[in-house]
Design a protein around this ligand. Structure first.
Ligand SMILES: [Zn+2]
Length: 244
């Protein structure tokens, strides 16, 4: 690890990777990985520092270029600058990098960044890519949590799937198949917990009878307030999450 201070005062930590194959010192600046310096064998730490310092101008220019590629954050922007995955207490910076590829590639670094690269000029294509990614993310996290809650409550489901429903947070079929909305991962953890418990309780009570609500209350005593807050929450989510 090292630290580089640019002429304009910006400070950048960099990672030094030793390489037996490298012949020369080199550096790369990634939107997600940051500044990485490759140190060949036989080159000392002091030499690395001096060389990195001498590359200040290149680093500043490249950093400016990366920052320009991020769309400006405006309230009516169709694309998010950050993803707040509240359910999992994870906040991601979203980076948009145009490259020559014909489709959109996604690169996810947990708790840090989600990079969309390639054909990113059409905001609708980016929205679609983001929704697709969110569904995969939700599938993993909601699936894990559903399994945990089933064990905790002793309620059994047959299968689960995660989709981008337009009006429902979840549903449960008479055969015990639970459908969950991918957008749930954008909601607070206790809201998600309540939704999963709600659907798990439907594996026993296929209705919204008194018996059903008593069952829910047994596992989630504070459910009433959450249930009320969740009404209309889907409409308040950012634009890019809407539609299929
Ligand atoms: Zn229900």
């Amino acid at each position: 690890m090292g630290r580089l201070t640019l002429v304009d005062g910006r400070v950048l930590d960099y990672e030094v990777r030793q390489s037996a194959r490298a012949k020369y010192l080199r550096m790369q600046l990634h939107p997600d990985k940051g500044l990485v310096v490759t140190q060949p064998l036989g080159i000392g730490t002091r030499q690395v520092q001096d060389w990195v310092d001498s590359q200040r101008t290149w680093v500043a220019t490249t950093l400016d270029k990366i920052e320009r590629e991020i769309p400006p954050a405006t309230s009516d922007s169709p694309l998010p600058e950050r993803l707040e995955l509240l359910a999992n207490d994870e906040s991601l910076r979203v980076i948009y990098t145009p490259t020559a590829r014909k489709n959109i590639g996604l690169d996810y670094v947990a708790n840090q960044t989600l990079t969309l690269s390639g054909a990113i000029s059409n905001p609708e294509h980016c929205q679609l890519a983001l929704r697709h990614w969110l569904r995969g993310y939700a599938n993993i996290h909601l699936g894990k949590q559903l399994q945990q809650l089933a064990a905790e409550t002793g309620l059994h489901y047959s299968n689960y799937s995660v989709k981008h429903q337009q009006s429902r947070w979840g549903s449960c079929s008479s055969s015990g198949n639970i459908n969950l909305n991918a957008k749930l991962v954008l909601l607070p953890p206790d809201w998600v917990r309540y939704t999963l418990i709600h659907e798990l309780c439907h594996t026993v009570e296929m209705n919204h009878s008194k018996r059903f609500w008593a069952l829910v209350a047994g596992f989630a005593p504070g459910y009433k307030a959450i249930h009320a807050e969740m009404k209309g929450a889907m409409q308040r989510l950012p634009e890019w999450t809407k539609s299929g």
